[in-house]
Design a protein around this ligand. Structure first.
Ligand SMILES: C[S@@+](CC[C@H](N)C(=O)[O-])C[C@H]1O[C@@H](n2cnc3c(N)ncnc32)[C@H](O)[C@@H]1O
Length: 371
């Protein structure tokens, strides 16, 4: 018994010591030009990082910290030459670190760190979505910037194409990559945001741009009396329908196809816009909010959940403007809260809740008050 306790204490101490040495190493060994190299060789760096993921290196080092070269070669079944190429590059990039003969994940940037901060964020689906759908279009970015047009979108679907979301919804492989990425991203806060007490007061929700119904399913499971309808493009709602059947929720969850920019159906006391406003320009968002306002009854509410940027500091969401400009329709970006609140105010909504979530996301609830 005592032996076991001492063993466990030693194990925990060793683990802490390794983490301490790893963190020290990160700062000591950083090449002063690393940032510059990452910028210059970005595509190569991305594929190296992705290779470590696809080949199971980070998962392995997560499970068995501190493996030697030969052990990695044997467990990953990779020959010496390519393994050396991979490990040396990832070590230079400080994705993995080496103490003596043993390799470790960098505790501050690889999967273990992300898992610690938020177990549900799916790095794999984000990387695969960018690899398969986004990156091939990004050679067009300078032209997109110069001409203020989504040249990446045009490269793949032609200049007279419809919305990016409509186009990928007709492409089963791409829509799967997109929906899986979206689900991985949405999952970060789904549990918390769908637990918000305001949803307990709603009877019938229209989940505008609800994609494959991740939010609707979570809402229905948390609030047993609630009904919800995913409103999205015709091909997308098929995915939502399948999901509802899989979860045995078809009695309370349904789907409806349409375009939020044209009109929004009435008959709902709450409308959700989750990860939706960022794909539109401010002018388009005002049109959609007006459509929602007109469709809601008095005291009906709209719930916006979206990543945000800040006026006084930069964050990773500022990087994503290029994704919307080049590919996802050439109009959107992540907005700051003041701007979103301004659109709501000018549509005559009164804001009744404002709450901030991890990963720079905000939850805003606004009500229609005629009386
Ligand atoms: C970024 S995804 C968000 C998905 C989901 N709400 C979530 O949080 O995971 C945007 C969704 O809006 C849909 N969409 C885009 N433009 C739309 C429009 N004009 N009318 C209705 N749905 C639209 C897309 O097909 C896609 O499913």
């Amino acid at each position: 018994m005592l032996n076991n306790i001492i063993k466990k204490m030693k194990y925990n101490f060793d683990k802490k010591l390794v983490k301490f040495i790893l963190k020290k190493k990160i700062y000591q060994k950083r090449d002063p030009d690393l940032h510059q190299f990452i910028l210059m060789f970005g595509s190569l760096v991305f594929q190296l990082y992705r290779s470590g993921m696809v080949l199971g290196l980070y998962d392995l080092l997560d499970k068995e910290e501190g493996l030697k070269f030969e052990e990695l070669s044997q467990k990953l079944q990779i020959e010496n030459y390519p393994l050396k190429v991979l490990l040396n590059s990832l070590e230079f990039l400080q994705v993995i670190l080496k103490i003596g003969e043993k390799y470790y994940n960098n505790p501050t940037i690889t999967f273990s760190a992300l898992k610690k901060h938020n177990k549900l964020f799916s790095m794999n689906s984000t990387i695969e979505y960018f690899n398969m759908v986004v990156d091939p279009t990004f050679t067009e970015l300078p032209t997109s910037i110069k001409e203020n047009k989504p040249m990446g979108l045009y490269k793949v679907y032609g200049e007279d194409c419809n919305s990016f979301y409509e186009e990928i919804s007709n492409d089963p492989t791409k829509v799967e990559y997109f929906s899986t990425f979206m689900q991985g991203f949405t999952n970060v806060n789904t549990d918390e945001v769908t637990s918000e007490s305001i949803f307990g007061k709603c009877k019938n929700i229209l989940d505008v741009g609800g994609n494959k119904g991740v939010i609707s399913v979570a809402l229905a499971k948390k609030h047993p009396k609630l009904k919800a309808t995913v409103f999205d493009y015709p091909e997308v709602i098929k995915l939502a329908q399948q999901r509802f059947e899989k979860h045995n929720l078809s009695n309370r969850l349904s789907v409806l196809s349409g375009n939020a920019l044209e009109s929004i159906p009435a008959g709902y006391d709450c409308m959700t816009m989750f990860h939706f406003i960022d794909i539109f320009s401010p002018e388009q968002n005002k049109i959609i909010l007006k459509n929602i306002y007109d469709a809601l009854p008095d005291k009906g509410i709209v719930c916006i959940f979206t990543p945000i940027t800040y006026l006084n500091k930069r964050c990773v969401n500022d990087l994503m403007g290029s994704y919307f400009l080049n590919l996802a329709n050439g109009k959107g970006e992540f907005y700051n809260v003041e701007e979103i609140k301004h659109w709501l105010g000018s549509t005559k909504f009164s804001i009744i809740e404002e709450k901030y979530f991890t990963f720079n996301e905000v939850f805003l609830v606004a009500q229609k008050n005629i009386s």
